[in-house]
Design a protein around this ligand. Structure first.
Ligand SMILES: Nc1ncnc2c1ncn2[C@@H]1O[C@H](COP(=O)(O)OP(=O)(O)OP(=O)(O)O)[C@@H](O)[C@H]1O
Ligand SMILES: [Mg+2]
Length: 295
């Protein structure tokens, strides 16, 4: 099996399960903390590309990855922030996905451009934003070559069946990818006891398959949408909002959602937790390798 070093796949899950939200906000926080991040958008919808403020059509419309995989070109990355570059998706992402269905060495040709970039030392981490499960060959290849996997779920809340389907999918994964955990997204914050119960329920359904992260991302659609309209990551928008006085809010009729700061804090906590689980996984993998070598 081939593994792209330091790659984190955000995936598995139906449309709207918050894959892109998670991939982009984590990338934004990590890059703001000084990690050099490559955010690779593998979805023809190019949602991650747009969330970071890039227009796919102005940046090749998915051509960069297609040319790297199909013609061996160096993979072009587009700067979005300090320490954050993007592999832009778009119209050509679909062409690439179709092409990859027709060839036998898909894993090798997909992984190679990313491995080469990581070998160049320009990045500390690659974050892959996947399209909905089962919709693209690119998603399968990322699952087969990624090192770590983080799975968002918002289905557990009112739909335990959705979680069971997810647990089955995870159990039958044909990949060496290390599942770091499941993130519960869009959970109502107004009922703390219910949150604890929901977490226990999710942990129960996923027992033996995956461990939910401690941090739960609250339901805060308006705060999230405002940050998108402002073209900012949540943590950037929350920082800006903290500089706007109440009198300014009233005089300019800006309404900053009350739960914005909490939502931003939860993403910071989650980013730390993912860091911790990566560190733990690295240690365990190194120990396993050492044990293997000593045999
Ligand atoms: N904390 C939140 N509370 C409520 N809604 C949210 C929150 N965060 C994101 N959303 C909304 O959830 C929706 C789904 O988000 P997202 O695009 O990340 O899903 P996705 O899994 O990437 O979807 P797709 O499979 O189509 O790529 C978006 O409409 C977004 O506005
Ligand atoms: Mg998406």
């Amino acid at each position: 099996m081939r593994t792209i070093p330091s790659s984190i796949v955000i995936g598995i899950g139906k449309g709207g399960s918050c894959k892109t939200t998670l991939a982009t906000q984590l990338s934004g926080i990590w890059s703001s903390e000084g990690k050099r991040i490559l955010l690779a958008d593998l979805d023809v919808q190019a949602s991650a590309t747009k969330v970071v403020g890039l227009d796919p059509r102005a940046h090749g419309d998915g051509r960069h990855l297609m040319d790297a995989v199909m013609y061996g070109d160096d993979l072009v990355t587009v700067p979005a922030r300090e320490n954050l570059e993007v592999v832009v998706a778009g119209r050509h992402t679909k062409t690439l996905s179709h092409h990859l269905v027709t060839i036998d060495n898909g894993i090798d040709v997909f992984a190679y451009p990313f491995e080469k970039l990581m070998a160049s030392g320009r990045f500390d981490r690659i974050v892959f934003d996947l399209p909905p499960s089962g919709s693209s060959r690119l998603a399968d290849l990322a699952m087969q070559t990624g090192k770590y996997l983080v799975v968002p779920t918002s289905s557990g809340v009112d739909n335990i069946d959705g979680l069971r389907v997810l647990a089955e999918e995870l159990e039958t994964l044909e990949s060496d990818i290390v599942l770091l955990g499941v993130v519960m997204m869009k959970i109502l914050a107004s009922a703390p006891r219910k949150r604890v119960e929901t977490r226990a329920e999710v942990a129960d359904v996923l027992a033996g398959v995956a461990d939910p992260f401690q941090t739960i991302i609250r339901e805060a659609g308006a705060a999230y949408d405002d940050s998108r309209r402002a073209g900012l990551f949540l943590h950037e928008y929350a920082e800006w909002a903290s500089t706007v006085s109440v009198s300014d809010q009233i005089s300019s009729r800006i309404k900053i959602p009350a739960n914005l700061a909490d939502l931003a804090r939860e993403f910071y906590e989650l980013a730390d937790e993912v860091d911790d689980r990566i560190a733990l996984a690295e240690r365990l993998l190194a120990e396993a390798e050492a044990a293997e070598a000593g045999r």
